[in-house]
Design a protein around this ligand. Structure first.
Ligand SMILES: [Zn+2]
Ligand SMILES: [Zn+2]
Length: 306
């Protein structure tokens, strides 16, 4: 059994799914954001400005910045309803139509009568978007909050802006608990770049598709045909009866994680192929793979259901 990212036809395309421009609270014009990502070797980005009344509910028109080697997905960061801590939801929606109906979110505080977070997430999925729970740790998300977003395809397990700005970068605790409840979620790394601090080019997804088109990328994202990374490449994840074979760019550690405390690490020098025994995962309905290079940069596979 292998993850679909490593078996389906096509090649990997590098993309950032969470980015802001000066259409909301980012520092740069959309054209300059796209120029910088293309110049840094990205194949695509999603500009996901804050879908808030204060900014006129922007869905950035990035079509003019597409060319033969770079494309864009339309999207927004959606906000509506309160989390358990009383703060406004942040939900990432990539692949929105330009006519996605406005929310009732005048500013960054919850107001009476607006959609709940789960409701706006479900509306985005119904409109065709790939939806992710954004930066769980930055948000102070509870497990009950996370459970409630039933429509989500994914959880942001690394947010580079949250690493830079508050050292609350990850979403693994929430994601792993949801996986153990049987939720078939995928795992994304993003920048959440605002270009107001060193919050860019730190976490991205590698999406497997035959073409670098919005349609093909969106379908692959919904299929989970991607992995998340800060730099290392994942080249294969194959699950056998007794072990997982992992192929990657040169790394120092290959770790398999599963339900509860289940985890096994293999360490070595310039590993490009590792075999991790599966004995520890007898009670785990899912596993996932992390590789770590000598510089401490990580790549993360999507979950594999055993
Ligand atoms: Zn946010
Ligand atoms: Zn954001």
């Amino acid at each position: 059994m292998a993850l679909t990212a490593f078996t389906r036809p096509g090649r990997f395309w590098r993309g950032n799914l969470h980015t802001h421009s000066n259409l909301s609270d980012g520092a740069l014009e959309p054209a300059e954001v796209c120029r910088r990502y293309k110049a840094e070797g990205y194949d695509f980005i999603a500009l996901t400005d804050h879908f808030i009344g204060l900014y006129g509910y922007p869905i950035a028109d990035t079509l003019p910045f597409r060319d033969d080697s770079f494309t864009t997905l339309l999207g927004a960061e959606l906000h509506s309803g309160a989390m358990q801590n009383g703060e406004l939801w942040h939900i990432l929606a990539v692949g929105l139509p330009t006519d996605f109906a406005q929310a009732n979110a005048p500013h960054f505080r919850p107001v009476d009568g607006q959609e709940t977070g789960p409701e706006i997430a479900a509306r985005a999925v119904a409109a065709g978007a790939f939806v992710a729970v954004a930066h769980p740790q930055w948000s102070g998300l509870t497990l009950a909050d996370a459970r409630s977003i039933e429509a989500a395809h994914a959880v942001e397990i690394y947010n580079h802006g949250c690493a830079t700005g508050c050292d609350r970068a990850d979403g693994f605790s929430i994601a792993d608990l949801l996986l153990s409840e049987g939720r078939k979620l995928s795992l994304i790394a993003t920048d959440d770049a605002h270009f107001t601090e060193p919050d860019h080019f730190g976490g991205w997804v590698m999406v497997k598709a035959e073409q670098n088109t919005p349609e093909a990328l969106l379908a692959a994202l919904k299929d989970g045909a991607f992995y998340a990374t800060q730099g290392p490449e994942l080249r294969g994840v194959m699950v056998g009866d007794k072990a997982v074979q992992v192929e990657s760019s040169a790394v120092a550690s290959v770790i398999v994680q599963g339900h509860g405390s289940a985890a096994v690490a293999v360490h070595g020098e310039s590993l490009t192929r590792a075999e991790v025994p599966l004995g520890r995962f007898a009670n785990s309905p899912w596993i996932r793979v992390t590789v770590i290079d000598r510089a401490g940069k990580r790549a993360w596979s999507n979950p594999i259901w055993l």
